[in-house]
Design a binder for this molecule. Structure first.
Ligand code: CP
Ligand code: NVA
Length: 300
């Protein structure tokens, strides 16, 4: 049997994803109740990160420690990958020494090449194209707050980036309606949009996307690797800030999410991210629980 990876949400069926979220909620309760649960004893997670990270790194490392295993963090600064060793060779070697591998990199195609040469499960910890682990935490958070997301309306405001692409996949798999609002030139992946037709639509005016929605989501205007475009992006996204005026168009009990790190005063105003509709801290915490469920699923 070929090895199972988690490179995009579509690698799992809707039934598996629902089961994973339910398990994440269960694992969260078990931790809250102080129950010891060590299903990953003696298991090793290798973590290859070519970009910075706070949440993803700490949630995976904590998950492995709490589940009885261990994690090894590797950056290009101190591995041979950073000195030109091929990604295929790195995958072959790491997968002979570890049980599961988490990779954060730039091109999604590089992650695919890595996974193709790994004999153990590979998890996408963010590429330029997708951020599926964040979606697990976002969906868990929505379910905890509001119950099923099926049939609900979600607004994405800002850049058509990796997070937006994963939301497009989620809309199809979890059967919610996604209304995306991006400035011209910053659209999400058109093939993905096409594949999720009927679940995801694109509009220019943020007000049109947010009106009557159950959840409003945004992300940074300048993602990692785009730093040289920052000045242009600040100008192009100026009308796309999620602020109290925009949130007022959503349903009164709508929630606000942001994968973090956030830039108050840019993509989101401080009163929204620090206000009563924001669930960003639960969203961040749920990275831990959702990824424990993911690790359990891939390693069992
Ligand atoms: N949301 C998220 O992936 O955060 P980090 O970049 O800190 O891992
Ligand atoms: N879109 C952001 C997400 C960070 C978690 C980036 O790629 O930098």
């Amino acid at each position: 049997m070929s090895v199972r990876h988690f490179l995009t949400l579509s690698d799992f069926t809707p039934v598996e994803l629902e089961r994973l979220l339910a398990r994440a909620i269960e694992l969260k309760a078990m931790r809250r109740d102080g129950l010891r649960h060590e299903p990953l004893k003696n298991k090793v997670l290798a973590m290859l990160f070519e970009k910075s990270s706070t949440r993803t790194r700490v949630s995976f490392e904590s998950a492995m420690i709490q589940c009885g295993g261990g994690a090894i963090f590797l950056s290009p600064r101190d591995t041979q990958l950073g000195r030109g060793e091929p990604v295929e060779d790195t995958a072959r070697v790491l997968s002979r020494m570890s049980d599961v591998i988490v990779v954060r990199t730039f091109e999604h195609e590089k992650l695919e090449r890595f996974a193709a040469h790994s004999t153990v499960p590979v998890i996408n910890a963010l590429t330029d194209q997708y951020h599926p682990c964040q979606l697990l935490a976002d969906l868990q958070t929505y379910v905890e707050q509001r119950g099923t997301i099926k049939g609900k309306i979600v607004a994405w405001v800002g850049d058509g980036n990796n997070m937006c692409n994963s939301y497009i996949e989620a809309a199809r798999l979890f059967e919610f309606e996604l209304r995306i609002s991006t400035p011209p030139g910053y659209d999400p992946d058109s093939a993905l949009l096409k594949a999720s037709a009927g679940h995801a639509t694109l509009t220019r005016k943020p007000q049109d996307a947010v009106r009557g929605t159950d959840l409003v989501v945004t992300d940074v205007w300048t993602s990692m690797g785009q730093e040289q475009e920052q000045a242009t992006r600040l100008r192009d996204f100026a009308q796309y800030q999620v602020n109290a005026r925009l949130m007022a168009l959503a349903k009164p009990d709508a929630r606000f999410m942001h994968c973090l790190p956030a830039h108050r005063g840019e993509e989101v105003s401080a009163d929204v991210i620090d206000g009563p509709q924001s669930v960003v801290w639960d969203e961040a915490e749920n990275r831990l629980h959702a990824q424990k469920a993911l690790l359990e699923m891939l390693l069992s």
